[in-house]
Ligand binder design. Structure first.
Ligand SMILES: Nc1ncnc2c1ncn2[C@@H]1O[C@H](COP(=O)(O)OP(=O)(O)O)[C@@H](O)[C@H]1O
Ligand SMILES: O=P(O)(O)OC[C@H]1O[C@](O)(COP(=O)(O)O)[C@@H](O)[C@@H]1O
Ligand SMILES: [Mg+2]
Length: 510
């Protein structure tokens, strides 16, 4: 059903990443020295609105909208539709044949006495998604630009509906399961839930009748490295992999050029590729899609967005984030106990978040034990009358102890730049956690107040965890949705807004 002529990926479009010092988040997240005015519910709704407003802002900042035009709203909506349009397979292969979905009751139910009179009709099952189904993105109707947290497209804060496609199984598919060779690859850093998604993709592929399923070891590198061979996958292999963290297939940064990946895919007969990864991975997947298209290959490329940092716009929550927040609280609690038990104790916890402070922020909110939370979106000073250290002194004087939570991307202007990049080209950040720890010790020594500073960096312990129940469910739905896209399409990329629709996806009864 859906194919993409121009996949948009987080890295190729700033719309999907949360840039540092983003104005809107700066406004919303201005809570450095206390959380009293925020609760999680408002945070979520604010985030949601902030997320969507990012798309709007990117348009209005381009000065594309003439609000004096009486038709500006419909033009805006048309543009939104166009940019989020999902081309059909027949756009690329006009003669492509469709087949009745194999993801249906009739195909999977064995002949038993219960069905002596015949199988229930699929028409009566009502388990498929209509291609025209849409999900409404925006949930808050701000009636005034001065309404708390309002993010508006026009000066009057008009209500503009924005619709995205609904994910889920379709009645017709465009790949015969017996002709599919599906490959799964996991790239970038680890994230809780990778195994859950792999597992669900394999299980759903089998439900559709696909038997030839392989895993590509160690990210895109697995396509080129001669020492790495494909891993055959089946329900039996993946049955219990969700019980542990990491990725069954392994991950890596860097890798071969896209043309080589596609050549290897051709050689191996892979016509369906599931990529699990973040912005870099999706940039790669987009390039693979374009290369397949250039070579006129009928290949489906489906991306499942993975970012433990939760920094993809249009998505409320990416898998692994919830687990990370839950796990981070253990570190915060340890920091609190250490700080509270020491004379003038200061506990500092560094959490992940290259360019965003969502993990730091939400775990701080959830823990209720953090006095200062430093995130990349909000600039701050360490020194000076309004600096963090001065506030720490105040906390020590008034409370006797303090807990600080820092996101790894915070305070980058205060540490020396490394000028290094990793194998994928990501900038290697300066270690602000270590820096603030040292500066805190130095500061209290200088002012002659004793302070017992304890530093905790649980980064890799958090990343290696298995997904919690909430992420497990999200991963299951994402794995299923990845499939319901791929079999429908020739070559496609998942887009965050499909996944946003996860809550409405119907699961085929088993
Ligand atoms: N612009 C790009 N084009 C093609 N491949 C890319 C691009 N950016 C990153 N990649 C590849 O994607 C993989 C994962 O990228 P990385 O940035 O490490 O993780 P993440 O996907 O989590 O952001 C790496 O193998 C990297 O080489
Ligand atoms: O040590 P590594 O593998 O470079 O990973 C560190 C990075 O991983 C992350 O947790 C997630 O990054 P990716 O989404 O790119 O995998 C970042 O917050 C962090 O900067
Ligand atoms: Mg990345």
């Amino acid at each position: 059903m859906e194919t993409l002529s121009h996949a948009i990926t987080p890295s190729s479009s700033p719309k999907f990443t949360l840039p540092r010092n983003d104005n809107v988040s700066r406004r919303l997240l201005r809570y450095r020295h206390g959380f009293s005015s925020l609760n999680l519910r408002t945070l979520r709704s604010q985030r949601r609105s902030r997320v969507f407003s990012k798309v709007e802002c990117s348009q209005s900042s381009n000065n594309n909208i003439d609000f004096s035009d009486p038709d500006w709203k419909s033009k805006f909506q048309q543009d939104f539709e166009k940019r989020f349009n999902i081309p059909h397979i027949t756009d690329i292969f006009p003669d492509a044949h469709s087949f009745p979905s194999t993801f249906c009751l009739r195909m999977r139910t064995p002949v038993t006495e219960d069905f002596a009179e015949g199988y229930p009709s699929d028409e009566e099952w009502h388990g498929y998604i209509n291609n025209k189904d849409r999900v409404l993105l925006k949930v808050i109707h701000y009636s005034s630009p001065t309404s708390a947290g309002a993010e508006c497209i026009d000066p009057n804060c008009s209500w503009v509906e924005q619709w995205v496609h609904r994910a889920g199984p379709r009645e017709k598919i465009y790949f015969k399961p017996e002709e599919v060779k599906a490959a799964i690859v996991t790239c970038g850093g680890l994230c809780p839930g990778l195994n859950d998604v792999i597992r669900q993709i394999v299980i759903t592929l089998e439900i559709y009748g696909v038997k030839n399923i392989v895993g590509i070891p160690f990210g895109y590198r697995g396509f080129s490295d001669k020492d790495l061979s494909e891993m055959p996958l089946s329900r039996k292999v993946v049955q219990n992999i969700h019980l542990s963290g990491g990725s069954l297939l392994g991950v890596s940064r860097g890798g071969p050029p896209v043309s080589e990946i596609v050549t290897r895919m051709e050689e191996r007969g892979i016509n369906m590729l599931f990529v699990l990864g973040g912005n870099g991975t999706h940039a790669g997947a987009n390039a693979i899609h374009n290369e397949c298209r250039k070579r006129k290959l009928k290949v489906a490329v489906v991306g499942v967005p993975k970012t433990i940092d939760n920094d993809i716009l249009l998505m409320d929550k990416t898998f692994g984030f919830d687990t990370a927040v839950e796990e981070a609280q253990r570190a915060i609690n340890s920091a609190y106990i250490e700080a509270h038990s020491a004379y003038h104790g200061i506990g500092i916890v560094k959490l992940m978040g290259r360019s965003s402070g969502f993990i730091a922020m939400q775990s701080s909110l959830a823990s209720g034990q953090v006095d200062i939370c430093l995130i990349p979106e909000v600039p701050f000073h360490l020194h000076g009358p309004h600096g963090v250290l001065r506030h720490l002194k105040y906390l020590i004087e008034t409370k006797g102890s303090a807990v600080v939570c820092v996101a790894e991307g915070a305070g980058q202007n205060l540490v020396e730049k490394t000028n290094a990049t990793d194998a994928s080209g990501n900038i290697v950040l300066g270690d602000f956690g270590v820096h603030i720890q040292q500066e805190t010790k130095k500061y209290f020594k200088e002012i002659g107040i004793p302070a017992d500073v304890k530093y905790i960096d649980p980064t890799y312990m958090i990343r290696a965890c298995r997904a919690n129940a909430s992420d497990g469910i999200l991963c299951t739905v994402l794995g299923q949705n990845a499939l319901t896209r791929s079999l429908l399409k020739c070559s496609s990329m998942s887009r965050p807004w499909h996944i946003l629709a996860y809550r409405v996806v119907q699961v085929c009864p088993s």
